[in-house]
Write a protein that binds this ligand. Structure first.
Ligand code: NOJ
Length: 508
C-alpha cells in the first residue's frame, strides 16, 4: 500500500532547465553538446539543484532549434550520440541528479520520415498521421494563424491539399486522433524511459487534440485562446494515456506539461483527477509585473484556484521569454525575485544562467537566427572570464550575454556576495526547511510595498518579506525572528532594503 505520508521526489525538487545549445560546447563547433552538460554536472550538484530538464537534443533540421524533431529516438550529431545520452543519464544518476527530457508531441519536423511519407501521396498509409484538408474558396481550410506569424496551413502542390502547422511550416502537427500516431509516440516515451530518464517536459501539450471540424477562430478571441484546440476533451484523454504509461515504470517518473494558457482554471484542468499531468507549467509569473499587487494576486490565485493535489510550478525565465533580470532591469530586483521563486509552494524551475544573474544578450540583426525573436535569452553560458569563457571558441553560435567577464560561473564562485552564491544559499535553505519545500503558504498583511507570506510545516516556519518599493521598508513582526537568507545584507530582520527580500526563521 502507498505510504500516505510519502512525498514524491519531484514535489521536493528544484529543477534546472538546460538549453543544450548554450550550456557548454566541447567539440569546438560553437554549439553546446551533451558532453558539455556531463562535464559541468558537478557544478549543478555544488549549486544544489535536484533535477535537470534538457531542452530537445534529438535529430533536427533546427528550424525551431530542436523543437522540430526529425527522429525522436536519436541524438542530433551537433549534440553528440545516443551513447553520450546514456553516459549523461548515468552520470547524473551517480550524482543523485534526476534527468527530464523534452518531448515534443504536437508536431514533428517536416523532415521526419513520417511526414515525408505522409506528404508523398493522398493514399499514403501515413497520410492521416498529420492534418491534411482541402482548401476553402481557394484559400486555406480555416482562418487559423501560426504562432510565429502567417497562416497555420501550408499548401502542398504535389498532392493539392493543405497541412496544419500551429508553429512553423517546417513543424507539421501530428494527428493524435489516429491510434497509430498514439502508438508510435508511446514508443518514443518507452524508448527514453527504458534508457532511464526520470520524466518528461511535454511541449505545448494543450494543443495536441483538435476539434475535427476545425472551426474558424472568432476575431474577438485573439490568437492565444484558440478555439478548436484549447482544452479539447480528447487532449485530456490522450494525456491520461501518457500518464498510465509513465506510471507503469518504477521510480516515480514524472511529467510536466507546457500548457500555455493564461487562466488558472484551464491550467488546473490538466492535472485531471490526479490522472493527467503530474505538474503543469504556470506562466503567470513570467508575465507578472514587478509590483506587490501583481505578485500577491498570482500567489493568492495559485493557492486558491489550483485544487488540492494539483502541485504548482514556478518559473521566472525560460528559453522563450526575456530573462527575469532583463525584464526587471536591475540586479537588486533580480536577487529579490530569486527569493520569491525559491520560497514558493510548488516546484521551482531555474533557467540556466539566471543563477548567474545573466541578462539577455544584445544580438545584432545580422546574427539573429530564431524565427520567434528569442535569441537574447538563449545566449551561451559563460563559465570563466574571457575571451572564450570556458568554451573552445570565443565566437559561439550567439553572442555572449553582457558583462560576461564578471558574470560567469568561475568568478561568481569566488565571490561570496554574488548572485550564484545567493541561489546556492537559497537552495540549501530550501533543502533544510520542510516549511519551504512542502509547507502551507499564507499571505500576511504588510505595509506599503512589502509582500509578506508565511510557510509552515510540522512546526518548521519561515516568513518571507519582499520589498517591491524603491525605499527601505520596515515591517512590524510578531514574535522573534532572525534572517535565514536575504537578497542583500539587512540591518534587522524586519527592515528590508529597496527591492530587497529576506527569509526569516523563528529565533530560538
Ligand atoms: C514551446 C517551446 O518552448 C518553444 O521553444 C517552441 O518554439 C514551441 N513550443 C514549438 O515547439
Amino acid at each position: 500500500m502507498a505510504d500516505a505520508g510519502h512525498v514524491p521526489w519531484w514535489r521536493d525538487a528544484v529543477v534546472y532547465q538546460i538549453y543544450p545549445r548554450s550550456f557548454l560546447d566541447t567539440d569546438g563547433d560553437g554549439v553546446g553538446d551533451l558532453r558539455g552538460i556531463e562535464r559541468r554536472l558537478d557544478h549543478l550538484v555544488w549549486l544544489g539543484v535536484d533535477a535537470v530538464w534538457i531542452s530537445p537534443f534529438y535529430r533536427s533540421p533546427m528550424a525551431d532549434f530542436g523543437y522540430d524533431v526529425s527522429d525522436y529516438c536519436d541524438v542530433d550529431p551537433r549534440f553528440g550520440t545516443l551513447a553520450d545520452a546514456d553516459r549523461l543519464i548515468a552520470a547524473a544518476h551517480e550524482r543523485g541528479l534526476r534527468l527530464l527530457v523534452d518531448w515534443v508531441p504536437n508536431h514533428t519536423s517536416d523532415q521526419h520520415p513520417w511526414f515525408a511519407e505522409s506528404r508523398s501521396s493522398r493514399s499514403s498509409p501515413k497520410r492521416d498521421w498529420y492534418h491534411w484538408r482541402d482548401g476553402r474558396d481557394g484559400g486555406p481550410p480555416n482562418n487559423w494563424r501560426a504562432a510565429f506569424g502567417g497562416r497555420a496551413w501550408t499548401f502542398d502542390d504535389a498532392t493539392g491539399q493543405w497541412y496544419l502547422h500551429l508553429f512553423l511550416p517546417q513543424q507539421p502537427d501530428l494527428n493524435w486522433s489516429n491510434p497509430d500516431v498514439v502508438a508510435a509516440m508511446h514508443q518514443v516515451l518507452r524508448f527514453w524511459l527504458d534508457r532511464g530518464v526520470d520524466g518528461f517536459r511535454i511541449d505545448v501539450v494543450h494543443c495536441i487534440g483538435k476539434d475535427p471540424a476545425f472551426p474558424d477562430q472568432p476575431a474577438q478571441l485573439g490568437e492565444i485562446d484558440r478555439v478548436g484546440i484549447q482544452n479539447e476533451p480528447t487532449t485530456h484523454e490522450l494525456i491520461r494515456g501518457f500518464r498510465r504509461l509513465v506510471d507503469s515504470y518504477p521510480g516515480e517518473r514524472t511529467t510536466v506539461g507546457e500548457v500555455n494558457l493564461g487562466d488558472l482554471p484551464s491550467i488546473a484542468s490538466f492535472y485531471g483527477r490526479g490522472d493527467e499531468l503530474h505538474m503543469v507549467f504556470n506562466f503567470l509569473p513570467l508575465h507578472a509585473p514587478w509590483t506587490k499587487a501583481a505578485w500577491q494576486d498570482v500567489i493568492g490565485r495559485v493557492a486558491q484556484e489550483l485544487p488540492t493535489g494539483a502541485w504548482p510550478t514556478w518559473a521566472l525565465s525560460n528559453h522563450d521569454v526575456r530573462r527575469i533580470r532583463t525584464r526587471l532591469g536591475g540586479e537588486d530586483a533580480a536577487r529579490a525575485a530569486a527569493v520569491l521563486l525559491l520560497t514558493q509552494r510548488g516546484t521551482p524551475f531555474v533557467y540556466q544562467g539566471d543563477e548567474l544573474g545573466l541578462e539577455d544578450a544584445v544580438v545584432p540583426d545580422t546574427h539573429r537566427v530564431d524565427p520567434g525573436g528569442r535569441d537574447g535569452c538563449r545566449a551561451p553560458l559563460p563559465w570563466e572570464p574571457g575571451p572564450s569563457h570556458g568554451w573552445p571558441t570565443p565566437s559561439p553560435w550567439l553572442p555572449w550575454p553582457p558583462e560576461a567577464d564578471a558574470r560567469n560561473a568561475a568568478s561568481e564562485r569566488d565571490d561570496g556576495a554574488s548572485m550564484l552564491h545567493l541561489y546556492r544559499d537559497l537552495l540549501a535553505m530550501r533543502r533544510r526547511s520542510a516549511a519551504l519545500r512542502r509547507g502551507s503558504l499564507h499571505l500576511r498583511d504588510a505595509p506599503g510595498d512589502v509582500l509578506a507570506y508565511e510557510r509552515e510545516c510540522g512546526g518548521d516556519r519561515r516568513m518571507v518579506l519582499v520589498n517591491f518599493g524603491d525605499r527601505e521598508a520596515e515591517v512590524p513582526l510578531e514574535g522573534s525572528w532572525a534572517v535565514d537568507v536575504a537578497s542583500r545584507p539587512q540591518p534587522q530582520p524586519g527592515v528590508v532594503p529597496a527591492h530587497g527580500a529576506a527569509v526569516l526563521a523563528p529565533e530560538r
